[in-house]
Ligand binder design. Structure first.
Ligand SMILES: Cc1ncc(COP(=O)(O)O)c(C=O)c1O
Length: 407
């Protein structure tokens, strides 16, 4: 008799065989050891979660509209929340949108999955950054996209190389299905795409007939410098999909985000969402709407920015203080977000180094995890939002000691 595990594996779809475990989630399990300083997660700082305000907000929602909030809701989302988002995106971002351009989703991770679902047939080419957000790569991989990588440097994705790829496919009469970017304080690199590159990227979409997926969870967490318009606002022709979320500006626990998209594709997104979850939690939407309606969101974002700026400064200061000089080590100076990116000397292999780092009780994410082609061996991602201020200093010191030993 065959055992059930073998039978199940024979029953699996080829799609499910393409699914892979997230290395980061696996790694995060390791980071619960006592005394270990983790720069590995991408978690917002929980000390700032507005639990007290939320108690009152939740009570109000239950008392005022409990029967509705606990019922199923429309797939598009709660129309009050959508109105709030339209006003916000119009007034603060200059996006020329209305209600029909917005779909509420269960976190921007769902948006990435829906985009994969509506655009990618197995083998379809898409362009992603080297490096790129791992959850995006995971989503697109699950639809078996053929990924083409374009390096991200300190000005963001290199759009000249994007053009080369678009040309190459154009010559074959094929289309790149979309270009995936995180233009503001990219996860993982912390880099922000310049205005010139954003303009050129949109021009390329218009010229070659493809679209750009702008994934923007960190956009509102700017510590300094001038904001650069979002692609979803610069584009007046419907070629940009703009993905947003409450996860990093409020908290991730209610799984709430939104997509801004061209109306011509909205039906497809809605139909892709329905079999996934029918609708995002109406209760969560009511709660978030009530929080925003009370005017609590913007002051809250300010608090986060102030704390993360301080933590970023501490991390930059510690890198400056402890990392060996003249050793060909470089790191990004993010103007916002949660992460910075360290490039170690060429001969370093961050993956081989990781067990030694864990021995020293500090952990990071290997940069190659964010490269679909496993390049970027000598890079690491460091998160500064979650560790405490003392941990940042001590953790960077431990990392620098390790680097010095390896040099
Ligand atoms: C670039 C990027 N996109 C999407 C997500 C997923 O966010 P959400 O919690 O909204 O699903 C993250 C989370 O870290 C992210 O960094």
């Amino acid at each position: 008799m065959k055992n059930i595990a073998n039978i199940l594996s024979e029953l699996l779809s080829s799609t499910s065989k393409a699914l892979v475990r997230s290395e980061i989630r696996e790694l995060l399990k390791l980071t619960r050891q006592p005394g270990l300083i983790s720069f590995a997660g991408g978690l917002p700082y929980p000390g700032l979660f507005p639990t007290e305000e939320m108690k009152d907000v939740v009570n109000t929602v239950l008392e005022r509209e409990g029967k509705m909030a606990l019922q199923y809701g429309p797939t598009e989302g709660d129309s009050r929340l959508i109105d709030f988002l339209v006003k916000w995106m119009k007034e603060d971002e200059g996006a020329e949108i209305d209600k029909e351009n917005i779909l509420v989703v269960s976190g921007s991770q769902q948006a990435l999955d829906l985009i994969g679902k509506i655009f990618i047939d197995p083998g379809d080419p898409i362009i992603v950054g080297l490096p790129s957000y791992l959850g995006g790569l995971q989503a697109f991989k699950s639809y078996r996209a053929n990924m083409r990588g374009v390096p991200v440097d300190k000005q963001g994705m290199n759009v000249d190389l994007v053009e080369d790829i678009l040309k190459e496919y154009g010559r074959k009469g094929e289309k790149i299905k979309f270009i995936y970017v995180v233009p503001d304080f990219q996860n993982p690199s912390g880099v922000t795409m310049t205005l010139e590159r954003r303009e050129k990227l949109l021009e390329l979409c218009y010229e070659y007939g493809t679209v750009v997926v702008e994934d923007s969870p960190y956009r509102d967490l700017r510590f300094e410098g001038l904001s650069i318009p979002m692609l979803g606002a610069m584009d007046k022709r419907g070629y940009a999909f703009s993905l947003h979320t409450f996860s990093k500006i409020l908290f991730p626990g209610l799984r709430m985000g939104w997509i801004i998209a061209n109306k011509a594709i909205m039906d497809k997104l809605i139909m892709a969402k329905q079999p996934a979850d029918l609708c995002s939690s109406p209760f969560a939407q009511s709660v978030i709407y009530e929080f925003c309606r009370r005017g609590l969101l913007k002051p809250h974002i300010k608090k986060i920015i102030n704390l993360y700026r301080k933590k970023r400064d501490l991390m930059l200061g510690a890198l400056e203080k402890y990392m060996p000089k003249d050793a060909d080590i470089d790191w990004t100076h993010p103007e916002g977000g949660l992460f910075l990116w360290v490039t170690l000397p060429k001969k370093f292999d961050a993956e081989a180094l990781l067990p030694k780092a864990i021995e020293k009780k500090v952990v990071y994410v290997i940069g190659s995890a964010f490269h679909f082609d496993r390049s970027g061996k000598n890079t690491i991602r460091l998160n500064f939002s979650f560790p405490s201020e003392e941990q940042i200093d001590e953790g960077i010191k431990r990392l620098a000691d390790l680097v010095k030993e390896e040099l």
